[in-house]
Design a protein around this ligand. Sequence first.
Ligand SMILES: [Fe+2]
Ligand SMILES: [Fe+2]
Length: 175
Amino acid sequence: MPGLLVLTAGPGAFLSPPMKPSDLLRADHRRIETHLDSLLRALKRLNAVQVAGIHQSFQEIQRIALGHFQMEEDVFYPALRSLAPDLLAKMDQEHGHVRETEQCLDQLLSSFPETPSERNLVELFRLGIEFHDAVQCHIVDEEDNLLKYADSKIPEDQQQRLLAEMQKIRSHNAT
Ligand SMILES: [Fe+2]
Ligand SMILES: [Fe+2]
């Protein structure tokens, strides 16, 4: 009888494992990547018509990355810094590079002419690709190295504390 089988398995057998702070960060990465893909598609067929879409994708990435960096830099990274100082120094460096490329693209887009010249478009392509690559490389590096490391090294009770602090930042930013 199938119903009996479900009962004998016990309720715990159907519960998914508790959410970890790294799950929250991975979920943000997937959202950021959706906009990175749109950004890249528009850059690959760049002309004056694509500029508004590029600006929109860029602003979406900026918006998500702002709270995301705050959760990482204020809560997640400090919890791991003494355990893996070299890895954390690399993450800091990558955040610095993302911010530099973000600033350059922001500056260019904020004063981008309505009728761009060929030179304007070439510059937009160059800075857009640079920003895209900086963000995408950091996401891959962070997931392959830092998040896996954190999942295996941070004890469960600390994982839950970090998650709660990060969710607090998330809900504060949402208001
Ligand atoms: Fe991240
Ligand atoms: Fe990061």
